[in-house]
Design a binder for this molecule. Structure first.
Ligand code: 4AD
Ligand code: MG
Length: 476
């Protein structure tokens, strides 16, 4: 007999037909009702057991976390809460679960505790909802670009360049730590290493995506990226996924339009296709906040927030305007910002959050940042002080997207690389893109987990990637 998935059974008209289901036991209530979930949706199936018909030893082993196969008849449910239920005629224990040892008992667990049980946390309602939505967003990303004629380009994971020039790279080497071949001056001879040069895990696929855009017009990458920055925050991972569209002939304005349209599409996709999972996450937050003081609660519920973002235009301001707004703000005047607000200094998360959450109360795109703290490849504006950069800032999250129009003029690019000490030899091929058929082009990078964080309303980025990598943790 073929196994039925629970989500399809729940939508089937009951007619005492015999069915086979397999899944993990959430609870076994009153030794009569097995609550079963197989991951096919947020919804559980109730299995009714008449204990006279089953071996007592078998029933004793139906504990939370156990895996069972149940054959039975599909019936209209007498109880409230579900339309159908299965009346068991046969139960096979596929995998037992010792209740004295299995840690995921049906009670409230902290997020921190569940992180230590990452191999099981997808069995909870919250995490299965989060990871179904993560899947949905990944799918919607490919659909969005495919429907619009973009090509998915796989950028390499091992590279020889530091695309962001920030030096926050994990080294890739096949040399043994204590036996590395040395040069005469005692430094490591990387020529002897696997690739014949120093290599690292990529921090961004952008430079390769630019080669794609200047050949195929419209491309995007979607892959893992790695940063060895020691930021132990709820917004940073050492291994995260990034989506980087790159488009020939786009300038900064079109780049901002694309970013806004793309973000709204992804949110709409989840609103339209995953209402049950969103409702569960919405309810979870409401419950969690019930006992909090009013000023600690979020201003809107999760679904309300998502709708608000798709229904309103993002605010667009320049960096210079942002600085003026911040310097005229109450927290600035009362000395409440920890970091200085000064033209030429990067915006800190407290500043971004003020703009988004207090001033405009919606997503904000900040453009035209000072060249001083932005990457070498961003296009110089006519003022020679700012570059055509744009960051998209979201409520509760801060930066979700960083992007720019790229410097397509060879002389300007060389000048910036010199000023910023970026080595020409390593990026010879990137420079050739400006020597042969250069064209205006632009793109951006969306932090995938930050978008998942926003859409699921979770509070910590470690809870929206199955197995997070952060400083001092690479378990699982
Ligand atoms: O702003 P970033 O550093 O931009 C780039 O890497 C460009 N090459 C993108 C481009 O123009 N093609 O990173 C892009 C986004 C950020 O806005 C943020 O959402 C996310 O990547 N991000 C991180 N997400 C999680 N953990 C980290 N450590 C992150 N660092 C950046
Ligand atoms: Mg950035």
């Amino acid at each position: 007999m073929n196994r039925s998935e629970i989500n399809s059974l729940l939508a089937t008209a009951p007619d005492s037909q015999t069915v086979l289901v397999k899944g993990w036991v959430r609870t076994f209530r009153a030794k009569r009702f097995i609550i079963l979930n197989d991951g096919s949706s947020i919804n559980n199936l109730q299995v009714v057991v008449d204990f006279d018909n089953f071996d007592e030893n078998l029933l004793k082993q139906i504990n939370t976390g156990a895996c069972v196969a149940v054959t039975g008849t599909l019936e209209a449910s007498q109880g409230s809460g579900q339309a159908v239920e299965v009346h068991a005629t046969e139960i096979e224990l596929l995998g037992a679960s010792d209740p004295g040892v299995y840690k995921l008992q049906p009670k409230k667990h902290s997020m921190e505790f569940l992180r230590e049980q990452a191999h099981f946390r997808m069995r909870t309602n919250t995490f299965s909802a989060v990871f179904r939505i993560r899947h949905a967003i990944a799918f919607a990303i490919h659909k969005y670009f495919n429907d619009r004629g973009y090509y998915y380009l796989h950028a390499p994971i091992i590279t020889g360049s530091d695309a962001e020039g920030a030096g926050e790279m994990f080294r890739v080497t096949a040399l043994e730590a204590n036996k590395a071949p040395l040069n005469e001056d005692g430094s490591i001879n990387w020529k002897e290493d696997f690739f014949g040069k120093q290599t690292n895990l990529t921090v961004s696929g952008q430079l390769q995506a630019e080669a794609g855009a200047l050949s195929m017009g419209k491309v995007y990458t979607f892959g893992p990226t790695f940063r060895a920055e020691n930021s132990n925050t709820a917004r940073h991972l050492a291994e995260f996924w990034m989506i980087e569209p790159e488009v020939a002939f786009y300038e900064i304005q079109e780049n901002m339009d694309l970013a806004e349209d793309f973000c709204k599409y992804l949110i709409n996709y989840v609103l339209d296709n995953y209402p049950d999972d969103l409702a569960l996450l919405d309810e979870r937050i409401a419950k969690e906040e019930r006992n909090m003081p009013a000023d600690k609660r979020r201003p809107m519920g999760l679904i309300e927030t998502l709708r608000f973002v798709v229904d309103n235009e993002f605010e667009r301001i320049t960096y210079t305007e942002a600085i003026n707004i911040l310097r005229n703000s109450k927290p600035y005047k009362k000395g409440r910002f920890e970091y200085p607000v000064e033209w030429g200094k990067d915006l800190q998360s407290e500043h971004e959050r003020y703009l988004v959450e207090k001033k405009f109360k919606k997503p904000v795109i900040v453009r035209d940042y000072p060249k001083g703290f932005k990457a070498f490849y961003m296009r110089m504006n006519e003022d020679n002080e700012t570059v055509a950069a744009m960051d998209v800032l979201f409520p509760g999250i801060g930066e979700v997207i960083g992007g720019s129009q790229r410097e397509e003029r060879l002389d300007q690019l060389l000048k910036r690389m010199k000023e910023m000490d970026v080595h020409e030899e390593e990026l010879w091929w990137y420079l050739e893109l400006r020597k042969f058929g250069s064209a205006p082009h632009a793109g951006f990078g969306l932090g995938f987990e930050r978008m998942v964080l926003f859409i699921t309303g979770m509070s910590n980025i470690r809870d929206v990637i199955p197995f997070p990598r952060t400083p001092k943790t690479a378990e699982f």
